[in-house]
Design a protein around this ligand. Structure first.
Ligand code: AMP
Ligand code: GLY
Length: 423
């Protein structure tokens, strides 16, 4: 079966890498992909949010399954588009339909869903222009710092954490006034949760679900979790503090009520579901849902799946996931993201990347890369994810770091302390 992976990051490269190991897989395509997916398969110059382009690519290349990497096409309804098209409706699209993708596409929807189903999350209120005058009064009921979220998708920039109450109120108004365009027509204001974050993932066919390995992502640009928020600077799996007791709470208090809640509301959810969690003194709270795999979490979670991923995805497509087996690798996998100097602010593209041939016993997943003849060039903020395996967290990290040191490009930067808080 030929497979098309939508997206262009390291998450899409690790999916392509894993699927090339499946005996059932035919040709692997990525759209638009990067230099890594081009080496693992074939890139197609399409925009995942232009559904007509996706349709043409699927029909032209005899694609039998489409996997949505990022959230944007899912939130825009690509699954529904496939179901409504006579030629596409029998081609499974891995990822939820639009109504289910609201779990990520609308923070107000997600918070209201969590509340309706009694799932632990922080106290909140949603505001629009008509209720904006009540913001100061609500903020006064919360403790600093204040968490402010644009309701819709804002390219990862829509969450602000602000210490000062007056500044927080001003930010809510700035978002309602269009700072994030239509993503900010509504704003969620919520209580800050103090704890340690981790990400849990399931794969579901809408009836049954399988827990994938959990991961911890390092979102801040600087060492010691300082500096600006990024898409993610590295990740580790497993997460040592997420032992059986904690993960049982995640299952009982969060995953099962979420699946029951979706069923009660008549929402069929299929694909990957990502639970962004905060461990507050041993109890899990939901910070957010994402309707896809995480990036860079995928670069440590997918390598820990020993089973055939395509077999599992077929289980999702055919509604018989419970009959498929999921075996995981007990070893640690860590990834360190090599980024362009200046990221997440402005940075230069087109820097030549060298040294990949000197890496060993690791997998280097491409994010912002582009092949130009024989040369490999940077073409984004996050450039490469260096994933390594180890019997211990330290052994895996040593692999990621010794290999990262072999690679270079002008301005290359990476955090030297991934996993620092878990040792
Ligand atoms: P999100 O875009 O929803 O992932 O939020 C970005 C980041 O903001 C999260 O990964 C957390 O680090 C932080 N964050 C969001 N909501 C809260 C909260 N209620 N308490 C503490 N941190 C939060
Ligand atoms: N690494 C966080 C995310 O994928 O949203």
């Amino acid at each position: 079966m030929n497979i098309l992976i939508l997206g262009s990051g390291a998450r899409e490269h690790v999916l392509a890498w894993k699927l090339t190991q499946s005996k059932k897989a035919g040709r692997i395509f990525a759209g638009p992909g990067n230099a890594g997916t081009a080496a693992a398969g074939t890139n197609l110059a399409i925009d995942p949010c232009r559904f007509g382009q996706v349709r043409d690519a699927v029909l032209a290349n005899d694609i039998g399954m489409v996997i949505a990497g990022p959230e944007a096409p899912l939130v825009a309804g690509i699954h529904d588009y496939f179901l409504s098209d006579p030629l596409l409706k029998n081609i499974p699209l891995i990822g939820p339909c639009r109504s289910a993708a609201r779990l990520e596409g609308s923070k107000d929807f997600a918070k209201a869903f969590l509340m309706r189903h009694g799932i632990p999350t922080s106290r909140y209120r949603t505001f629009n222009r008509a209720t904006a005058h009540e913001v100061p009064e609500f903020l006064a009921t919360l403790r600093s710092p204040y968490v402010i979220k644009a309701d819709g998708l804002a390219a990862g920039k829509g969450v602000l954490i602000i210490d000062d109450i007056n500044e927080a109120a001003a930010e809510v108004n700035a978002i309602l006034d269009g700072k994030f365009d239509s993503a900010g027509e509504k704003v969620v204001v919520e209580q800050f949760l103090k704890g340690i974050e981790l990400s849990a993932f399931i794969l579901t066919d809408g009836k049954s679900w399988k827990l994938l390995p959990e991961a911890k992502d390092y979102k801040r640009a600087g060492s010691g979790d300082t500096g600006l928020n990024t898409g993610g600077m590295g990740a580790v799996s497993p997460v040592p503090f997420a032992g059986k007791e904690f993960m049982d709470k995640v299952r009982d208090r969060i995953i099962e009520p979420t699946m029951r809640g979706l069923a009660e509301e008549g929402i069929v959810y299929t694909g990957f579901l990502f639970f962004g969690l905060m461990n507050v003194d041993g109890d899990p709270y939901v910070i957010e849902y994402n309707v896809r795999m995480g990036d860079p979490e995928a670069e440590v979670v997918i390598p820990r799946i020993k089973s055939d991923l395509l077999d599992l995805l077929e289980g999702v497509a055919e509604g018989n996931l419970s009959e498929r087996s999921l075996e995981t690798d007990s070893r640690f996998v860590t990834t360190v993201m090599l980024v362009s100097g200046g990221y997440p602010g402005s940075y230069k593209n087109g820097m030549e990347i060298t040294g990949l041939e000197k890496t060993s016993d690791c997998a280097v997943f491409h994010a912002g890369t582009k092949a130009e003849g024989e040369r490999l060039l940077t073409s984004g903020g996050r450039v490469l994810a260096v994933s390594s395996w180890g019997k211990s967290l330290n052994e895996a990290l040593e692999g990621s770091y010794s290999n990262a040191a072999q690679i270079s490009f002008a301005g290359m930067y990476y955090r030297k302390d991934i996993g620092f808080d878990l040792k």
